[in-house]
Design a binder for this molecule. Structure first.
Ligand SMILES: Nc1nc2c(ncn2[C@@H]2O[C@H](COP(=O)(O)O[C@H]3[C@@H](O)[C@H](n4cnc5c(=O)[nH]c(N)nc54)O[C@@H]3COP(=O)(O)O)[C@@H](O)[C@H]2O)c(=O)[nH]1
Length: 778
């Protein structure tokens, strides 16, 4: 930046003007002062000059008078007048004396010089009668008569006489000649006019115009004039110098040309010219300043423009970077808005958009779109029990496998949780769809490897075809979900197409959801109790609490329908808590009638609460005053799938507090011996499905025998479920099964009916609780 170098033009103009005025004033002052001093000096010098003229004049006339007195006293003069007094004639002696006298005068006239110029132009001696005795003016017959005043001045009072003649003045000096103190004659000298003029104009010259004039009482003598030709001297003031000679006042007047008139450098015009010259000089300076200023301004503008350009370039760069950054973040946001972070697949919204696009295209091309709604079986449980890292790995690997099935134009999206959508455009028919579904299921045949652990996960697929099963994306997704639900109900690891029945089921499911919520809120659920017997003694040793729901509109709804619904919508926690507290309170009351073991089903979902569930059970036991030893918690095998530490400690904690633990529906799922060893179970319940065809199904028979043998080996109690006929009870007793329940002994009934059963059925006299507890393995 050179802003500091910029001088504004008005300021420069003002500054220049002030400087110019100051300069002019200074110049004028200096010039005036210089001239004044010069003039004073000149005046002084000229005055001195005129004074010197006066002095010289006085001196020369003085000296002349002295010289004349010497001449008057000369012996020649004395001799002449002595001879004359003696009466000598001219012929005898006086003539010679007179001749000598004339010679004296002539010698004096010629010999008395000043600076080579004769002081006198004429010398004469007159006797007292005015007769000329000798006269140098009578040469060669020319005789100029002396002025009458002189001739009459027999006794002159003044020695200096000034007489005008021929427009000039003649200066005469008169000196008396005495003999024996008697006046004999008068010596007259006519001062040489040339000498006089020289005396009072000696220093004048042509280079300087001047005029010198000697004023006398008898007129003026102009000694020098080179002035009147150029200047009117009448209008000028002369330098005056008086000189008194012989009592007469003479005055020398001198006019001199001013120094300024003859010297260019001191002339007023020159000073004025110099002063005026300052104008263009200063104006030039201002113009230069302006040009410079303009140049500076221009330079500054150029600099500023360059800087601005540089700044702009930098800003542009920053802007560019910012734009790129924003574009990147917009792309990232757009990506994030449309993609699932974990799997990198298009997300729910992008999946729906892709489905809508596929539908639009199919509409145009009159083709079909297959929508596959995929859900990993038991993923929620795996995620909860194995941990989220495990679940995430499973999802990523599942996505990877599903990707392998994709062809060009197909879309795979993560719909949420463990749900994926696959959109396949231009599917020929249901047969082709089925083929793709089977291929997809096969992808999950191989176990997953998560953190080095091999793990089997199957999938369930619900499918819809556009336009057959729905007109828009939402409808297709909902119906695929409904079809998926049906697969789950049927035992998972399969696929199903949507049909209208499924739709009805889905609608019912929605309805049940709302109604169940209200029923739980309003405590409309009921508990029925099914007796559990010691088979050999036919005695009731316990009761299984089974929840019942009778909706005023829908009638009785099976727990097999609403328990999974409650598990999926989270209502199971409050439902389970209601069942537990009601049943425990009831069982505690019944302890007065007979010792009774209460079995309560606890969903695997409830165990996700961890410590809260344990605390809840302890609180219920405490508040109902039911001894922990009188409570059996029944869990399904699915709970044990995860086999994680927390679950073990939860179950161990329950066992430690005296509560019994039973595996429900043993043999239907992933029954494994390892579960029985790993967890602190007291008993297992053989699923009723094994008892149904026990009489004719050798496999079932063998399995029941094996379970009984294994339980015996492990010291576990066995409760057989679903005994509907007497032979089933006998078979079980024969093979060492201690306990059983089923419609043959008693259906699940309300508390009052169960209590009546306890009181009224004599053959069902219960065993003392101590025996029942004693038979439990530790
Ligand atoms: N978590 C909870 N689960 C519960 C609760 N109440 C019930 N359930 C579970 O619901 C499933 C269906 O139960 P439900 O319809 O009550 O059926 C039970 C019995 O009625 C039935 N049973 C008993 N004996 C027979 C028989 O001889 N024949 C026959 N066909 N059915 C019979 O079996 C069911 C009890 O089974 P289980 O629990 O496996 O002992 C069921 O899975 C219940 O567990 C609840 O409060 N919480």
């Amino acid at each position: 930046m050179v802003i500091s170098r910029r001088v504004s033009y008005p300021f420069a103009l003002l500054l220049g003007g002030m400087l110019m005025i100051s300069y002019l004033l200074l110049l004028l002052f200096v010039a005036y002062e210089g001239q004044s001093r010069l003039r004073a000096h000149q005046d002084n010098e000229l005055t001195l000059r005129v004074q010197s003229y006066a002095r010289d004049l006085q001196y020369v006339i003085g000296r002349s008078e002295k010289n004349l007195r010497d001449v008057a006293e000369d012996k020649v003069v004395y001799t002449y007048f002595a001879n004359r007094a003696l009466g000598m004639s001219m012929a005898y002696g006086l003539g010679a004396s007179q001749h000598k006298l004339s010679g004296l005068l002539q010698d004096n006239q010629e010999g008395h010089l000043r600076e080579g110029v004769p002081v006198y132009s004429r010398l004469a001696i007159l006797d007292v009668s005015g007769q000329v005795i000798a006269d140098t003016g009578q040469n060669e017959g020319r005789f100029v008569p002396l002025p009458q005043d002189i001739l009459l001045a027999s006794s002159p009072r003044r020695s200096l006489l000034i007489q005008p003649r021929d427009q000039t003045l003649l200066f005469y000096q008169l000196v008396p000649v005495y003999r024996h103190e008697q006046l004999q004659a008068i010596l007259v000298a006519e001062l040489n006019p040339a000498q006089l003029l020289r005396l009072i104009a000696r220093k004048e010259h042509q280079d300087q115009a001047s005029r010198v004039q000697l004023m006398t009482p008898n007129g003026a003598l102009l000694a020098w004039d080179s002035y009147s030709t150029t200047v009117d001297h009448q209008r000028e003031q002369p330098i005056r110098q008086e000189v008194e000679i012989d009592g007469q006042r003479l005055e020398i007047l001198g006019w001199f040309e001013s120094l300024g008139n003859r010297d260019l450098f001191t002339s007023n015009w020159f000073i004025a010219a110099i002063s005026l010259l300052a104008f263009p000089v200063i104006a030039g300076g201002i113009v230069l300043l302006r040009i410079n200023n303009n140049n500076l301004v221009l330079e500054t503008r150029v600099d500023l423009a360059a800087q601005q350009q540089q700044r702009l370039a930098q800003q542009n760069q920053l802007l560019q970077r910012e734009v790129e950054k924003r574009q990147r973040s917009q792309r990232q946001l757009a990506y994030q808005a449309n993609h699932d972070v974990l799997t990198g697949l298009p997300n729910r919204k992008a999946g729906q958009d892709a489905l809508e696009r596929a539908i639009r295209q199919a509409r145009l091309q009159d083709s079909q779109v297959l929508l596959m709604f995929i859900d990993l079986d038991n993923f929620k449980h795996i995620n909860d029990t194995k941990g989220h890292h495990y679940g995430d790995q499973l999802l990523v690997q599942s996505a990877g496998r599903l990707r392998t099935l994709m062809r060009e134009g197909d879309t795979l999206a993560r719909f949420g949780g463990d749900e994926f959508l696959i959109i396949l455009s231009d599917v020929a028919d249901r047969g082709a769809a089925r083929g793709r579904a089977e291929a997809l299921l096969r992808l999950f045949d191989q176990p997953f490897d998560v953190d080095g652990e091999a793990f089997h996960v199957s999938t369930s697929i619900g499918m819809t075809l556009y336009p057959e099963d729905g007109n828009d994306a939402n409808e297709l997704i909902q119906r695929s979900d409904a079809a998926l639900y049906r697969v789950k109900e049927r035992g998972r690891n399969g696929f199903s197409f949507y049909d209208a029945i499924i739709d009805q089921m889905a609608r019912r499911r929605l309805k049940l959801d709302a109604k169940l919520r209200a029923a739980i809120e309003q405590a409309q659920l009921e508990i029925h109790y099914q007796p559990i017997l010691a088979l050999e003694h036919q005695q009731i040793i316990g009761a299984e609490a089974l929840v019942r729901w009778h909706d005023p509109e829908l009638g009785p709804i099976s727990p097999a329908e609403f328990i999974p619904l409650a598990e999926s919508n989270g209502l199971i926690h409050r439902l389970g808590e209601q069942v537990l507290s009601t049943a425990c309170r009831q069982a505690a009351e019944w302890q007065a009638l007979c010792p009774l073991q209460l079995s309560v089903n606890v969903s695997s979902v409830q165990f996700h609460q961890g410590e809260r569930l344990l605390a809840e059970i302890r609180r219920v036991l405490a508040s109902s005053a039911l001894p922990p030893q009188c409570l059996t918690i029944e869990v399904t095998e699915s709970l044990l799938l995860g086999n994680h530490k927390d679950l073990n400690s939860q179950l161990q904690s329950l066992a430690d507090s005296g509560i019994s633990l039973a595996i429900d529906d043993f043999g239907t799922g992933y029954s494994a011996l390892s579960y029985l060893q790993a967890f602190p179970f007291d008993k297992l319940k053989i699923d009723r499905s094994f008892l149904r065809h026990l009489d004719r199904n050798q496999a079932d028979k063998s399995l029941v025998q094996a379970i009984l043998a294994m339980a015996q080996a492990l010291g576990l109690q066995v409760v057989a479920e679903g005994i509907e006929e007497a032979w089933q009870g006998e078979f079980l007793i024969q093979h060492g099964c201690q306990f059983g329940q089923g419609f043959y002994y008693g259906r699940p009934v309300p508390a009052e009916a169960f209590e009546a059963m306890l009181r009224d059925a004599p053959r069902l006299s219960p065993l003392p609780v101590a025996d029942a507890v004693a038979s439990r393995p530790h």
